[in-house]
Write a protein that binds this ligand. Structure first.
Ligand code: ZN
Ligand code: ZN
Length: 316
């Protein structure tokens, strides 16, 4: 199973500003000077070693994740990141007989569906889009987003065939040999987590979720849902302090993700739904503090914690 991040930001697309880009350039030039690198090949080699935080970006597009397993093309959420995914599909996958594309939505807040009108495979009559949602009336919600008052092209003007499947809560569905189970999460308007099981590997996508009561009785079901996941993508929009102050805003923190991951024996934890008010270095700082928290509180556990970064691919 391959998991690729196309949009990792929460709430609103967040491009890098000129000020942020200039800061990164100055920082890199300072380091080049400190290292006394003078010839261009050496400078290029050094730049190639830098992380996306230092010499690129964590990414400004909102939630979208691609999963490939058993030759199936499965997408989770249609934030602004789905535009670039659509272009990649057109370049690498599109064939005359058409594609079956399976799209699971956690919920229909804008940051999880605004990219869809720009998803180019949706314009081809040979393609079939299968939409899955735990919420009712998904078709109507997408039609409203593309009402002529808000967007020039209506949903029914996008040429692809479309099928809408409303999922029963806590149920599983098979796409080929890939099993996908949903799980209701606490979020304004409701959100759904998804667990993908295939070939002995598992991926859990649990974004836009607040965990108000962390006593054992209330976390038991979540821990079972996350149990032994090879990769858990977790809503880490807030710091732990912010999560306390922003009760009922519907988001969580990296530290809660670490606690859950340890209790559920998760192998790898990806921090996701990054706060748009934070720059890349501040987000990286949250990662560093989270790793410290894990090392201090769970010194014997082997949990890998990392940032979900646009373009990152994880093979399970
Ligand atoms: Zn969101
Ligand atoms: Zn939301």
């Amino acid at each position: 199973m391959k998991v690729k991040f196309w949009g990792v930001r929460g709430s609103i697309p967040t491009p890098q500003s000129s000020v942020q880009i200039k800061q990164k350039i100055k920082r890199i030039l300072r380091k080049i000077s400190e290292k006394q690198l003078h010839d261009l090949p050496a400078i290029n080699r050094y730049i190639d070693t830098l992380s996306p935080v230092e010499a690129g970006t964590i990414g400004g597009n909102t939630a979208c994740i691609e999963v490939r397993a058993d030759n199936q093309l499965i997408i989770f959420d249609m934030g602004s990141g789905i535009k670039n995914l659509g272009n990649a599909i057109m370049k690498n996958d599109q064939k005359t007989e058409g594609l079956d594309i399976h799209i699971f939505l956690t919920h229909t807040h804008w940051d999880h569906m605004i990219g869809f009108p720009f998803f180019s495979p949706a314009f081809f009559p040979s393609n079939t889009l299968h939409f899955y949602s735990g919420h009712p009336n998904l078709k109507e919600r997408l039609e409203v987003q593309q009402d002529y008052r808000f967007f020039p092209v209506a949903l029914n003007q996008m040429g692809s065939k479309k099928e809408f499947i409303q999922l029963e809560h806590n149920s599983s569905i098979n796409i080929g040999n890939v099993k996908i189970t949903n799980f209701p999460l606490y979020h304004p308007g409701g959100s759904f987590g998804y667990r993908v099981d295939y070939g002995g590997k598992s991926f859990v996508y649990a974004t836009d979720s607040e965990y108000k009561d962390l006593s054992g009785k209330n976390t038991k079901n979540h821990i079972e849902f996350f149990r032994h996941a090879d990769l858990l993508v977790f809503d880490a929009q807030y710091t732990f302090e912010e999560a306390i102050h922003k009760e009922d805003w519907g988001h969580s923190s990296a530290l809660v993700g670490i606690d859950f991951s340890v209790q559920a024996d998760v192998k790898r934890l990806a921090l996701f739904h990054h706060e748009p008010e934070r720059d890349d270095f501040e987000i990286e700082n949250i990662l560093k503090k989270s790793i410290d928290y894990g090392n201090i509180n769970y010194p014997d556990k082997k949990l890998e914690v990392f940032l979900a970064i646009e373009g990152l691919e994880v093979n399970l």
